[in-house]
Design a protein around this ligand. Structure first.
Ligand code: HEC
Ligand code: HEC
Length: 161
């Protein structure tokens, strides 16, 4: 019982801190701090329909050379856990003949000291840490990334003048 009281005392404290934070945050427009939920906290909105993943099988251009390429196919139901890595059943070197998938690059066989391993490096095992399929979705946040090629071009143009 004592612990219960202690716990509730803590939650009251936590709640009041929360209230204080929300008071200070009042000056930020609601749509900026609330982009994903879009409803008051006590309302359970109907979630939007899930969008279909792009499955065009056309590789997307990379925005810079070291970008992990995005996945141009569906990965629904592909098992990726300690026991099975479905991705490697197509992307491993010895499977690419059958699958016609691009081999995971050589960096995926390197450890952090740049030694080459015979097997996929553990730090590259969970593919979806870095590679993700895409949706044809509205941008939640504007992106002002500028491609290096444009920067170089702008720089040479400037030098001409
Ligand atoms: C059934 C075989 C198969 C499986 C399983 C598979 N892929 Fe692929 N993947 C392909 C093929 C084939 C391509 C080439 C483009 C295409 O046809 O979609 C590809 C393309 C890719 C690319 C784009 C490479 C580039 O250079 O642009 C990435 C990234 C990728 N896959 C990641 C994954 C990940 C991560 C998984 C597991 C969640 C996975 N794939 C599972 C067959 C597969
Ligand atoms: C820690 C991040 C990370 C993880 C985890 C990872 N990758 Fe990559 N992957 C990259 C990066 C970065 C590149 C591009 C640069 C390079 O080749 O290293 C890449 C490149 C690729 C390519 C393109 C290869 C080429 O030569 O065009 C494929 C295919 C790929 N990864 C598949 C996979 C699969 C399948 C897995 C899981 C077994 C995986 N990756 C795990 C970061 C990652």
């Amino acid at each position: 019982m004592k612990t219960f009281k202690l716990v509730s005392a803590f939650s009251v404290l936590a709640f009041s801190t929360l209230m204080m934070t929300s008071v200070t945050a009042a000056s930020i427009p609601e749509d900026r701090i609330d982009t994903l939920r879009q409803a008051p906290i006590n309302v359970e909105p109907t979630p939007p329909a899930m969008q279909a993943v792009l499955n065009k099988d056309i590789k997307e251009m990379r925005n810079y050379p070291m970008q992990p390429p995005v996945i141009p196919h569906k990965i629904d139901g592909y098992q990726l856990d300690l026991k099975v890595n479905k991705c490697m059943s197509c992307h491993a070197r010895h499977r690419t003949g059958d699958s016609q998938a691009p081999m995971v690059s050589v960096t995926h066989y390197m450890d952090r000291d740049n030694n080459f391993l015979a097997e996929l490096s553990p730090r590259r095992y969970f593919c979806t840490q870095c590679h993700v399929p895409q949706l044809d979705a509205k941008l939640l946040v504007e992106n002002d990334f500028v491609d290096m090629d444009h920067l170089i071009k702008a720089n040479t143009e400037q030098k001409k003048h």
